[in-house]
Write a new protein. Sequence first.
Lengths: 519, 719
Amino acid sequence: MMGTMRQDFGAAAMALVPRGMDPLYTALSLFRRRRFEDCVTVCTMLLEKNPYDQAAWTLKMRALTEQLYVDEVDVDEEGIAEMLMDDNAIAEVARPGTSLKKPGTSSGGPSPGVRPTSQSGRPLSGFVRPGTQGGRPGTMEQAIRTPRTAHTARPVTSASGRFVRLGTASMLSSPDGPFINLARLNFHKYAARQSLAKPLFEYIFHHENDVRNALELAALATEEAQFKDWWWKVQLAKCYYRLGLFRDAERQLKSALVQQVMVDTYLYLCKVYVRMDQPLTAIEVFSQGLEHFPGEVSLLTGIARIYDGLNDSTNAVKFYKEVLHHDNTHVEAIACIATHHFYTDQPEIALRFFRRLLQMGVYNSELFCNIGLCCFYAQQYDMTLNCFERAIALASDENMADIWYNIGHVALGIGDIALAYQCFKLALASNNDHAESYNNLGVLEWKKGRVEQARAFFQTAQMLAPIMFEPHYNFAALSEKLGDLQSSYIAARKSVESFPEHMDSNSLLKQLKDHFAML
Amino acid sequence: MLVPIFTLKLNHKINTRMLTIGCYDGQHPCLTAATTAGKVFIHNAHNRGIASGRMSVSGENSDISLLNIQQAVSAVSAGKLDPTSNCDSLLVGTQTNLLAYDVINNSDLFYKDTPDGVNAVVVGSLGTVEMPLAVVGGNCAIQGFDLEGNDVFWTVTGDNVCSLALCDFTNDGKMELIVGSEDYDIRVFQDDEIIAEMTETEAITLLCPMMHSRFGYALANGTVGVYDRTARYWRIKSKNQAIAIHAFDLDSDGVPELITGWSNGKIDARSDRTGEVIFKDNFSVSLAGIVEGDYRMDGKTELICCAVDGEVRGYLPASRDLKGNLMDTNTEQDAVRELSQRKQNLLLELKNYEENARAAQSNRPSGLGGMDTGQMGIIPANTQLQTSLTVDPGDEKHPPHVELFVATTNETILRTALIFAEGIFEGESHVVHPNVNNLSSELKVPITPPKDVPVDLHIKAFVGMKGSTQFHVFEITRQLPRFSMYIPCAKLPQEPQGTVTFTVQERVQRVVLWINQNFLLTDEWPAGAPLHFQVVSLRGTGALVIHMEGNGQVTIKTDDMDLAGEVIQSMAVFLGIEDLQVTSDFPGYMEELKNILIKVDEFSSVRQKLTAEMADHSNLIRSMVVRAEDARILADWKNMRKYYMELFDLNRDLINGYKIRCNNHTELLSCLKLVNQAIQRAGRLRVGRPKTIVVNACREAFKTHNIDALFKIMKVGAT
């Protein structure tokens, strides 16, 4: 059985190689045309003929790696474990505006009354990327529960999960077991040969996902290169970063930058600083990078993202604009600027930016939903419902609730309470954890005079999104009306906790305190 | 009477000697100290002023912020590293790293590996270096980092550094670095050159600059004192340990006093001139540190003392009308008491003389009996005390030693001899009092000096007649030469392997003079053209041969590199040589060093593997904890139990790994220390400029792993 299979394998490979052409040359050509699977097949055939063919071996390694190659710089989300058991940040209570840990501490941030917050208390971002949705939950229970209720899946750790899955997936693709048996490799031998060591490292790191062995190889190789090859230093830093040894990663990256300035290295270094919760240092490093690479978009975007994380939207938008100045098709920058304008009461300008996105070929339900809202607030009512129709047509299960919720808002705006009620109900039908809809439904019920229902809705919303201040305040106001002063006081306290400047909550709290004092 | 103007409870433990104060925002001074579990806390009494926006910190500890260092902190300091701003930077040292941190911006200035550890940190400008430096003292090595984290200053010292201070030792307006180390030496560096060396009797735990070239010091045995350059003003010794010393002008007389905090909770202020106590106070527990700063923001500098339990007291300098009288006592009463005490003593003495005189004058038939003479303690007027020092090669019963022979010139006896000398005896002094039955007119005291240093022996002998009750005290001072533990020998048991060769522009006679002064010889060594002087060490470290040709070429042969260094340094001082380049060869030692360097490499690579393994494990543990908790919330008891069992095993593995890593680290550290010592030894073979060059070149070679170059530099010096 095995024999025939192998023969088939060989035959398939032979079919790929045109008559009279050198198989290795064909494999190289396939590799360049990014037909990696075919390239691997041809290389396997070559290796069967001559197991010591280094060229074929290297090419096969590279082809396998390319299939699974991910951009390490961008793809990274802090897992629950890292987030909760984080001891890399130096300052536990940093000065406001100097830490990513405490969102909403910066003074220049938008008020949650104007710009709604995500499930975890961060202002809504214009562009969803890893890390923008979650804040830092206080307790383990909260952390574990949040990803289940909201549509924000967060991996348990960044070390396991995705990376391990990538590794095991690759195992399946080779029926004869792994291509290279790492345990039997003599790293000393390979480290000495730079041309073999580099592809081998990438293979171990990306394909096998064996960071410890990759680290060992990189350490040997950098020593072999007499600590003069910046590439190895960056790779060492990658390994250290994966292992959570941020200080070592920082050291390697800095030393690599001394030898050779690279955008990638700067981005990596900033990632390290962000993980150590030193956003200001990261911004400084970005600025240093910009001195070497003026107008480099990825560096500018990095700065803007950090300001965004610090809730300093003024500076964030400034840098996003700078990004657009250099690259006018940058989706993230356009989206973020548009969102900023929308929430600063300039829907017409926001509309222009969203239209620009549409022109560039972004065609999804979120965009139509945003355009619809902009049209509504810019009083172009004829377009509004059109856009929402398209949004619903394009919507997936995940964002259906949000779209119905927004239509509900439009209905409230035109005073059609019945439609609004329907919309919120529909939002709950597609996602029964939609806290905002519960809250709004509660308000509607209250207006109708169904107090008990309203109370139940507010309580549900409170439980689902403890970080939102609206359900707390609404519940407090309702309880106060009903005479349940104790509950009212507790809820008002919570509301002030999540939005300290909320006038209504504060005055309610004061009123309650005066009342208690009188008793 | 001076009372604290403020007291605080910080409610955090403070590690001893790890307290500092810094103005991180350029305005508000903050007490900063290392506390338990690898954390540093910053007490900011004025943070209500800075807190803007929505920063809310919980209740009572609102003015304390904690910094995670993740490792045991070994030194904390604050100072201005950036000359352009007026904000202080915080420096935190651990056994492996130094972190310079900008507190107000929550960002690192630099984070550096210090494989030699960080035992002490000071910040300030040093010598001719323009930028302010963070000077770090580790195991045998001293490093200076500038704002960017470049190590612009590096040198080695004889042993682990315990304390550092910057002080204008030479009064030239530039700061010199004073280093106290575990080998009992205080060394003074001008830039990277040693300009003075003082030997103390214990490890120097603390140093503090006072005024001009004066500085205070404290030893591990409880001694505290003040030096002015190389001369010691005073010192006192206590059974408690000094935890902190600080110079502060408490009585407003314009001269700072030495404030000492003790391990039993006492603090006292002593006059820098005399060591007289002018003020004292008590804490209930041991002191942790003493700093000064304007903590109340009223423009006056207070002295701030902190105890280990977090109690803080601040003292303002006394106003001038107190006239330096800070204690709760009446000076006049004190003076009267002291004078009456003296009167009492004088009266007693007078009475004694009168009785003697009466005895001598009384006309008894038998004359003045021997009995009476004895009782009265009268001894012949020409009695003299003779001392001599000889080298005893030792036998089966006695180990080799230097013998101090004390004798009187006549039949009088020596009741007791009290020898006071630093660094030879345990506790500095030695008392010999023979049994009453075998009193004689001579005493032999064996001495074994542990180091090759010249020592003054202050001898006090009680001389009297047999059976006297009163004795005469003779005081005499003898100097023990530097190389006393060596005995000349005509035929060497074994020719030493190591050699040092150099040329001096001196006559042979001068070298012979040096030999006669520095060795304990029975007869003076004859001066002759090819000088060949050979001795054997009594400490069992082999022979020493000094050979000098008529043309000034000197060859020193010994297997002990330290000894060769000592000989060269001493000779250079005596002959007034400023720069001396030598060629040396110590085959045995070099072999040893080579092995050590190989070991260092091995340890480093093993360490990296272990680190990666541990990081991997800890990542796994984190995810396991989350999974286990997840199972708990879902009430999935079976899985929860499973996860926690796995967690337990993993944790045990991790702890084992940690132990292995600890051992590895300790061994690596001791190896690195040996390497640093080797560089120091190579430096000591040279004098002046060549010495500095050799030390720096060795460092460079070691850093770049160029072992052959390292050996070459050690042998022939650097160009």
